[in-house]
Write a new protein. Structure first.
Lengths: 317, 210
């Protein structure tokens, strides 16, 4: 009897769970990394090359140590990474584009995912973190969860090739299941994100006075459209309060039956709204994908059936 | 077997580290400071952040940021001057901006980081922060010195902040940072934090953007 709670936690992590959120994450993360770097093609040398913004040396050492182990482990890891020549930079950059696209379409899924993660970490963390928003740093462990899950079995080139060899039909959506721990880590990480974002602002005057959305849309650094927002202050103030309430309680409410689904949809609406008016890299896409892990599988299936090749696999075989 | 005795405890440990590292100082009880420091540092060492405090440090002052603009001017050996940045020599203070150009993004965030070291220096002098600030600015200066349209003897950079009054909508401008970098010696030769408008006007004109 004493072991029952431990067993319940074990099952919570390891019982098969729907893989739809992770398949969506694979596609969106891959495309986010690909598109974020495609637009950088004209700037490869200026951003990442030896004559680029941070020069030939690796970034490590430009910032203060970030943890007890960082100077040791970070320095040790950096010692294995060659300082970039122009040719090497272009090669690695091209490899990142190819790998991220392969990951998105699920071709050699795990390998392309690992290559994507390694090269993404190289460009963001070791070359020039200044050229990215926070999404790039935040995405890395999430990418690892997706790589750990068997997403290549579903809606992927790998699955299509396997079916061609075996002659079987496509797997029904109800069979998109695998051990749940990567999904659980994604859900926990989403909750810690909202916890940090939501509670770190709890005593800040700008938030308490309802001014923060105005600040964001008024500033050309964040805003897609910088106009005279003065007449819109009351509406922007409502946006401030919506975010102020939605995010801190999300780590609790997302887990509650029924309420959690509504809360997830409200948060998705908030991120879509933010994406329309602000310019914060891939942040909104990342958060919306993470929130799908709290949506009912039936809702995700309905969306997935809109894709070619999925529409005909409604029922179990 | 491996899953139960190795994978499961590892997942529990990692989840616990994430949860503890997410305890922000605003609500963290004092006794949890050390566990938080350990969890946060350990995760950050391997590139994991429990979360990012977005739109933090939002003060309730009347002045709100409108735009932050950077301009870089080079002096050649014969006294010739060239404006190196931004490429179109325009500071966008309003209008539609679908995305931020990556180079501007990188330069701006390097300056912001250098500025954070400067602010730390003002609170408590530290040789390490001074070195980091100068190293960052030095790398930025070296980037412009290497430009193909050189050679240059000196690079001068100005970072201007434009602000809006939340109450009235009135706009103000203020220089955030201004520094000069000698290309030959690789040293910052002329740094003035918050230089006076008269000092700036002597070099840049009344308003470098107009």
């Amino acid at each position: 009897m004493k072991r029952a709670p431990i067993e319940a936690v074990y099952r919570w992590y390891f019982d098969p769970q729907p893989m739809q959120p992770l398949v969506i994450a694979r596609i969106v993360f891959g495309l986010c990394i690909f598109s974020a770097h495609v637009v950088r093609i004209p700037y490869v040398e200026n951003l990442y090359g030896p004559s680029g913004l941070v020069g030939p040396a690796l970034y490590h050492g430009l910032r203060p140590p970030i943890g007890y182990l960082d100077p040791i482990i970070g320095g040790w890891l950096a010692s294995f990474v060659p300082e970039p020549g122009s040719g090497l930079t272009v090669f690695l950059f091209g490899a990142l584009l190819v790998a991220s696209l392969c990951f998105a379409v699920g071709f050699w899924t795990r390998l392309s995912g690992l290559v994507t993660l390694a090269l993404f970490a190289y460009f963001v963390r070791l070359r020039i973190p200044f050229a990215y928003w926070g999404w790039a740093i935040f995405m890395m462990p999430l990418l690892l969860y997706v790589i750990a899950a068997p997403t290549g079995r579903f809606l992927s080139v790998d699955a299509w090739l396997a079916r061609r060899r075996s002659g079987e039909g496509p797997r029904p959506l109800s069979e998109w299941r695998a051990p749940g721990w990567p999904l659980r880590l994604m859900q926990i990480h989403l909750c810690t994100m909202y916890f940090v974002a939501g509670w770190s602002r709890i005593d800040e005057a700008g938030w308490l006075q309802g001014q923060v959305v105005f600040n964001a849309v008024n500033h050309t650094l964040f805003s897609r459209l910088t106009i005279d927002w003065q007449p819109w202050k009351p509406l922007l103030s409502i946006g401030n309060w919506v975010a102020f309430v939605l995010e801190p309680v999300a780590p609790l409410l997302l887990w509650l039956p029924r309420i959690g689904v509504w809360w997830a949809y409200l948060l998705i609406a908030m991120h879509v709204g933010l994406e329309l008016v602000t310019n914060i890299g891939m942040w909104s896409y990342l958060m919306v994908v993470l929130l799908t892990s709290f949506l009912p599988t039936a809702h995700l299936d309905a969306a997935l059936r809109l894709l070619p090749g999925v529409s005909e696999v409604r029922t179990n075989r | 077997m491996l899953r139960r005795w190795l994978g499961f405890p590892a997942l529990i440990l990692y989840s616990a580290l994430l949860a503890v590292a997410a305890l922000v100082p605003e609500i963290r009880p004092g006794p949890l400071d050390r566990p938080w420091g350990f969890a946060y540092s350990l995760l950050k060492t391997v590139g994991v952040m429990p979360g990012i405090p977005l739109f933090q440090n939002q003060h309730g002052d009347d002045e709100k940021w409108r735009a932050q603009c950077i301009k870089v001017r080079a002096d050649g050996p014969g006294g010739a001057r060239a404006d190196l940045f931004p490429p179109d020599l325009v500071c966008q203070k309003s209008g539609l901006r679908l995305s931020m150009p990556p180079i501007e993004h990188g330069i701006f965030h390097m300056l912001e980081q250098a500025w954070s070291y400067e602010l730390a220096l003002r609170r408590a002098p530290s040789a390490a922060d001074e070195e980091r600030r100068d190293r960052l600015l030095g790398r930025l200066g070296a980037y412009f010195c290497r430009r193909e349209d050189g050679p240059f003897s000196t690079i001068r950079l100005i970072w201007y902040a434009y602000r809006t009054s939340y109450r009235t909508g009135a706009e103000t401008k203020k220089s955030q940072l201004h520094y000069g970098y000698a290309c030959a010696s690789g040293r910052i030769v002329d740094e003035r934090w918050f230089p006076s408008n008269r000092e700036l006007a002597r070099f840049w004109g009344e308003d470098p953007w107009e």
